[in-house]
Design a binder for this molecule. Sequence first.
Ligand code: AMP
Length: 406
Amino acid sequence: MTATATRVLVLNSGSSSVKYQLLDMRDGARLAAGLVERIGEGTSRLAHTPLATGGEKRETEGAMADHEAALKAVAAELAADGLGLDSPQLAAIGHRVVHGGLEFTEPTVIDDAVLEEIERLVPLAPLHNPANITGIRTARALRPDLPQVAVFDTAFHTTMPEHAARYAIDVATADRHRIRRYGFHGTSHAYVSRKTAALLGKDPSEVNVIVLHLGNGASASAVAGGRCVDTSMGLTPLEGLVMGTRSGDIDPAVTFHLKRVAGMSEDEVDELLNKKSGLIGLCGDNDMREIRRRIDAGGEDGERARLAFDVYIHRLKKYLGAYSAVLGRVDAVAFTAGVGENAAPLREAAIAGLEEMGMAVDADLNDRRSDEPRLISPEYARVAVAVVPTDEELEIAQQTYALVSA
Ligand code: AMP
């Protein structure tokens, strides 16, 4: 890496999409950002925003047969802005990798052995790791000489104590099949818990934080002194909070019941719990804005939306209680991601009635809109309640740059 190499390209490769951002690590400035969708589906779409020049978003449509074609198209867009992948200023590419198992506790420079290890983890994340691997292979082929770093969604949670990570099932079976709580959204939980400490003017080692990452997927974590001690997602991202389309916590016997009594197949149950449950299962909508609109409109339809909202809030409160007990002392609760950052009524409802736990929300502060981390609790509250916008791309870029510039 040359002394002038200060840029990091962050790639988040999904099964039919690639999200990317190019950042300058001198100040964290975003130089370009974009998204390729519908890769391999006839008409693919690339939306590229050249942030460095303040240019307009450029959208192109065309057939991109695979990730290689998609990344080449991204490279061409970047090159058109003088930010091509061949630039000596590019220090590294950082890849989001969903599952790192117990093997990867830190961001890791990718070589053949690391790639093989990530492949070995595919059975634990069959929907995600294969796409991440394809993104890595393609990027390595385009720039074989450039350091590429894997940043794992599970890594932040590997500090969980054994009693939090273990399911109470037969130990030999669990170990043979690597069944345990891994947790996800780790990059976000790491970033937000650190930012929350900074908002309080403290070092992360000094504070205990409950992070509520509430997006379409949702997870809670208990972070003690900067280390994760528990998190709500488990072997897969299905466990825990109510989500847009996922059930979260459920009696596992429901799955046997659906198979035995409703005659559903394994795949049908999988689809029901992952795609047709959560908010969408409860009321037909997974967008919190639409749910609020229906509640406000009232009537029978509003009642249905209200039930979905109430189930969501009830689950959140249960986790706030559980993680308060796990942490012993809570200094802050941080709301983040699409719902957590934007849905003020939801934050108010989640914290309502928790005064005895030291938690309260100030209505005016809660309603104020801002992109900055901010407190929404009144001064008298023992626990700081905060809204802390997450930035997984920046966190991946920072972890990547720290590793390659060390
Ligand atoms: P994410 O997965 O973090 O991108 O979050 C996406 C979700 O955030 C959407 O499905 C919406 O439910 C929610 N969301 C986004 N904007 C708002 C808003 N202004 N008010 C309420 N919910 C929002």
